[in-house]
Design a protein around this ligand. Structure first.
Ligand code: SF4
Length: 752
């Protein structure tokens, strides 16, 4: 289940079953290709409900998985204080024997509205062991470096010059048609955003203006437009707060190198002029990149290549659910290739592996690393390998996450919302579609912290950081545990406000939901998945639509915002069954605060991928040329929906979604995000229905002149692009730049 997250590919792709915790690395979502082939939601995050915004009715960022973790090093600007924090920004809670300085970096592209739990979890564990940790939210810093007048003015100039250059050509081939199309689409945005961006960011950070729905909508429109300009200026790039992808991303080491070229990487200036100087000053021994979502994968490799060159002596390590998912399915030479610029990588939950790595590096000479469990290393004979260790840590032994050193006053929100993990893993663990990176297959083993400890941690974090907003970020918490926690919080008089994800269990009676509300619950996201009893049985969800409806109703009656997460296209699901899911949402509209209907995507560690025949699949395949294997395709034994039915389904979903003001992640109106929690808390659980139909916002600042170009002819290039990728991934099942170029060359040029 979800959490507060981040990446829609993190969804770089879309989500698949909601509850699914993270990261989907599959064919249409995060993998190779243009990202818009055949999906209701494109990896671009665009869909029909909101210009280039992803439609929340369709996709939700992959909820976080539990936690991810890894390391890297630098020096913080933030000043820290109590308990052993050092003035330079490095921070160690006790003076242990370990002398390693560890910088932990969270790369783009993710949610910049609240901190993510991965690095604070690692810092909370490592600092008391004497490790000096420098946490760097390079996602927030990188986006803030881009979302300013000067860089956006430079990009606007680039857009104009490139348009002029392409228009002077006598004919445009396929790729330049796509490029010109992308540039023309953002031309007006490019002129307006430099002057408007600081006002937009100000609205997002200021309570009074944030809660003005009109101003908020304008701010969202402006920031979204700025991201479109950044992406178009780096065509072919899809970039937003959930996705970062290029068509050949991650297929080969050459493509990884190509994507890290300064001209193709919008974060290169930030890397060169901010992050690297900061790290030079800090002189870390070990630099870790925390790769939690698929949308972080390409930037993580790009960052690592540049850091490798700048810090040849530092140990460079990767970790987190997204990178774990990539590495788990590889071995030998392919695994070595996937390490790329990294010296090592941590698979699964990383606290103990990272501590062992830091301790080994602190010894002079460094101790051999090959006895550290779950640490992937190159091996002269085998390519690369790791010593298997326990995938999950004992949650009861872990301290609270430590947010010190993160720029908590710079997130794009009027209040600070902190993630916290009272539990990890899933107590159910049987859903057939579910797999995320912190377990080899399916969901991670369920664990809970002691209740007194949870209350103590939340009270301390609330007091230290002056906030009452939290997201209880876990895979799937047992409802009974959540009720006990709510009772304990109410008894402690903490007056917190929180959201979380839940299975819609019969346990959630109206009285118990009222208890959750008294304990501070503002919103609960429920993994309904489908309203077809047959599909639910096939998934092994362990609920019925009737029971799910009761949970929705009881939460709503208690004053909590129930968010409903569903998806269509589980293998063998018929059109009628998909319509039952939409019907469920429609029938329970009075109680549903917001919803998402994603689309099934196949993940490797799921039961569906391990036993495809049982789930009605004829075959699953990868494609040659995808050397890291990030894309997974499948075909049903018998096609379950006709093309006409798919169109009908989309239209019905559009109609349904028009009853809410739903937005793409992480904006207010998407599920399980900081902004959405703030809106529920301020306006009440019905806010997104009350705002339905309201104008979706317009760009701040002066209106640019009308477009002088007809885009219709150029737009045909998009259909051609989809056809090329279908040929490569479904017919030839082989991708390469050469094959792509050959197919593109066969297309007619567009002549003046
Ligand atoms: S197995 Fe658990 S975490 Fe996975 S989708 Fe089901 S309830 Fe959610």
């Amino acid at each position: 289940m979800g959490h507060l997250h981040g990446d829609a590919s993190r969804r770089g792709s879309r989500i698949i079953g909601q509850d699914t915790a993270i990261v989907l690395l599959n064919g249409q979502g995060n993998g190779i290709g243009p990202g818009h082939v055949g999906g209701r939601i494109a990896a671009t995050g665009s869909c029909k409900h909101g210009q280039n915004e992803g439609c929340p009715a369709h996709d939700k960022l992959p909820s976080l998985p539990s936690i991810f973790r890894v390391a890297l090093g630098g020096k913080s600007r933030a000043s820290i204080s109590p308990s052993g924090k050092l003035d330079c920004g490095w921070s160690a809670n006790s003076a242990g024997p370990t002398r390693v300085k560890l910088a932990l970096i969270y790369p783009p592209a993710c949610d910049p509205t609240a901190p993510y739990p991965a690095i604070p979890a690692l810092a909370g564990f490592l600092r008391p062991q004497g490790i000096e940790v420098l946490p760097i939210d390079a996602n927030l810093d990188g986006f803030l470096a881009l979302l300013r007048r000067e860089p956006l003015t430079r990009l606007a100039g680039h857009v104009e010059r490139r348009i002029a250059s392409l228009r002077r050509r006598r004919a445009l081939d396929h790729q330049t048609q796509l490029e010109l199309l992308a540039l023309l689409r953002v031309r007006d945005d490019a002129r307006a955003v430099p002057g408007a961006i600081s006002v937009a960011l100000g609205i997002l950070r200021t309570g009074e203006r944030f809660y003005d729905p009109g101003l908020y909508a304008d701010a969202v429109a402006t920031v979204s437009a700025a991201l479109r300009v950044v992406a178009a200026a780096h065509t072919p790039l899809q970039l937003d707060f959930t996705a970062y992808r290029t068509p050949f991303a991650l297929t080969t080491p050459d493509e990884i190198a190509r994507d890290s070229d300064p001209a193709r990487n919008p974060f290169d200036d930030y890397l060169t002029h901010d992050l690297i100087p900061r790290l030079r000053q800090a002189r870390p021994d070990c630099i870790g990149l925390s790769v939690c979502f698929p949308g972080q994968l390409v930037p993580a490799y790009s960052f690592a290549r540049k850091l490798r060159a700048a810090f040849p002596e530092a140990h460079l390590v990767a970790g987190g659910p997204a990178i774990t998912q990539v590495l788990l399915r590889l071995q030998g030479l392919a695994l070595a290739q996937a390490l790329g610029p990294f010296d090592s990588a941590v698979v699964f939950e990383g606290e103990h592996t990272l501590l062992a790595l830091c301790r080994a590096l602190s010894e002079k000479p460094s101790r051999a690393l090959d006895r550290i469990p779950n640490l992937v290393l190159r091996d002269p004979g085998l390519g690369a390998r790791y010593l298997p260790g326990p995938p999950a840590v004992d949650l009861r032994t872990l301290p609270a996450p430590d947010f010190d050193g993160l720029p908590l006053d710079r997130y794009l929100s009027p209040h600070l919302l902190l993630p916290y993990d009272p539990t990890r893993g899933c107590y159910w663990g049987r859903c057939a579609f579910c797999h995320y990176g912190l377990a080899a297959t399916g969901a991670a083993r369920y664990r809970e912290r002691a209740m007194d400890t949870v209350v103590e941690h939340l009270a301390a974090l609330s007091a230290r950081h002056g906030t009452r907003f939290f997201y209880l970020s876990q895979d799937s918490v047992a409802p009974a545990t959540l009720c006990r926690l709510a009772d304990a919080l109410a008894k402690a008089g903490l007056d917190l406000r929180w959201g979380t994800d839940l299975r819609p269990e019969p346990f959630l009676t109206v009285e118990r939901c009222q208890g959750l509300r008294r304990g501070g619950a503002v919103a609960c996201s429920l993994g309904i998945e489908s309203a077809s009893p047959r599909v639910l049985r096939l998934i092994d969800k362990g609920i019925t639509p009737t029971r799910a409806a009761a949970a929705v109703r009881n939460l709503a009656r208690a004053g909590i915002a129930p968010e409903v997460m569903c998806f269509t296209d589980f293998p063998t699901e018929t059109f009628a069954e998909a319509m039952m899911t939409l019907g469920f949402v429609e029938q329970h509209t009075p109680h549903i605060a917001a919803f998402i209907v994603g689309q099934f995507e196949l993940t490797r560690g799921s039961r569906v991928a391990r036993d495809p025949t049982h789930f009605g699949l004829r075959e699953i395949w990868t494609v040659q040329g995808d050397e890291l294997g990030t894309a997974l395709f499948f075909a049903e034994r018998k096609t379950s929906k006709r093309g006409r039915e798919r169109v009908q389904l989309e239209k019905a979903l559009d109609r349904l979604a028009s009853g809410w003001l739903l937005r793409s992640y992480p904006w207010a109106g998407s599920l399980s995000t900081a902004h959405t929690i703030f809106y529920y808390d301020h306006f009440g659980p019905g806010v997104f229905k009350e705002l339905a139909g309201q104008a979706r916002g317009r760009m701040l600042g002066p209106l640019p002149p009308a477009r002088a170009f007809d885009l219709r002819k150029l737009a045909r290039a998009e259909q051609h692009e989809a056809e090329i990728w279908h040929e490569l991934t479904h017919v030839r099942r082989q991708v390469s730049r050469q094959a792509y170029d050959e197919l593109a060359a066969r297309l007619p040029a567009l002549k003046r």
